[in-house]
Design a protein around this ligand. Sequence first.
Ligand code: NDP
Ligand code: GDR
Length: 353
Amino acid sequence: MRKVALITGVTGQDGAYLAQLLLDKGYTVHGLKRRSSSFNTGRIEHIYQDPHDPDPRLILHYGDLTDATNLIRVVQEVQPDEIYNLAAQSHVQVSFETPEYTANADGIGTLRLLEAIRILGLQQKTRFYQASTSELYGLVQETPQRETTPFYPRSPYAAAKLYAYWIVVNYREAYGIHASNGILFNHESPLRGETFVTRKISRAVAAIKLGHQDKLYLGNLDAKRDWGHAREYVKGMWLMTQQDKGDDYVLATGVTTPVRDFVTWAFEDTGVTLEWRGQGVDERGFDAATGRCLVEVDPRYFRPTEVELLLGDPTKAQEKLGWTHQTSVRDLAAEMVREDLKVMQTSPVMKEA
Ligand code: NDP
Ligand code: GDR
């Protein structure tokens, strides 16, 4: 019998990599996708099958984490062995503008799924993975951050994810559900959403190289992140649901990098050496060879409260799951720039954009 998984957020970066991984492992994969006025399945097109296929392995259902009846119906229909709850309004800065929606989707949405499991009597059958986040650590309490580090959320997004984290722990303890929190540090890839900083940088570097863009505007260049590759992190999610018991694990690389260095490396991969001058809002990045200004700080990208430093300690995941990251942040930057150059050189629409 094939195992059956339900992935919420299947159209997102992690959803696409996880769906691929589970299909490769022989699962039947059900995905929840939102109704949108334009196509939102670009990241999973290569694995999507004709719905008329007599034995489809990837099946999509319309749904939304803010709609409890819909979630109960989908879970009832699918009877999943594993649920991966990846759906979320996942942009930290956007959460300051849409705090109530973010709380509803990211916080209460998680509760709705757990309740669906309980209402349908699936506590013993369905294992649950929750996409928790290093944003929970927020204001630095200790580094490196590990499973026992106290949380101090610094955004509506992080506060919503804090609720989700604890409701997962509570349903595990109260109802015996096999439920796990993956406290994942930032992970990126060529499939990363275009408004997150690494992809914004890799796209801009490619566009500047091809002469489609003059300059890159960024916010806080001093923020430090522990960046890994998304393809490797979804393996950790799967490993968590394969354990005898649900538990909470940090997935991270153990290396932290300021945004500024990521920018420098991304340009280096196209042969441009950046020279940084100035400080704070006046800091600029110049092409050392031509003296042309390529990077400027724009305070509109500053956040009302910032998370300055994330650095994870993945020891527990290494010891208990046998999980470890492989791709370095420099290789990640190179891969992202390379892929964006490819896309822009081959797609006329992207070229125009
Ligand atoms: P993305 O933003 O790429 O994907 C989010 C997914 O959630 C998309 O499929 C999106 O649909 C869907 N979604 C958003 N709102 C709703 C809703 N109300 N109902 C149903 N679906 C919804 O995120 P990632 O793939 O990068 O991240 C996956 C999860 O992991 C998220 O929960 C994120 O918060 C969390 N996380 C991510 C980290 C990272 O570094 N990437 C680190 C730690 C945690 P649509 O495509 O239509 O927009
Ligand atoms: P983050 O990712 O907030 O860590 O959340 P993001 O890439 O948005 O920001 C990382 C850091 O870069 C700084 N920054 C900028 N960020 C953006 N988006 N745009 C800019 O122009 C810019 N300039 C500087 C930010 O201030 C920040 O410090 C991601 C998401 O995937 C969450 O869902 C996830 O939970 C966490 O990672 C772990």
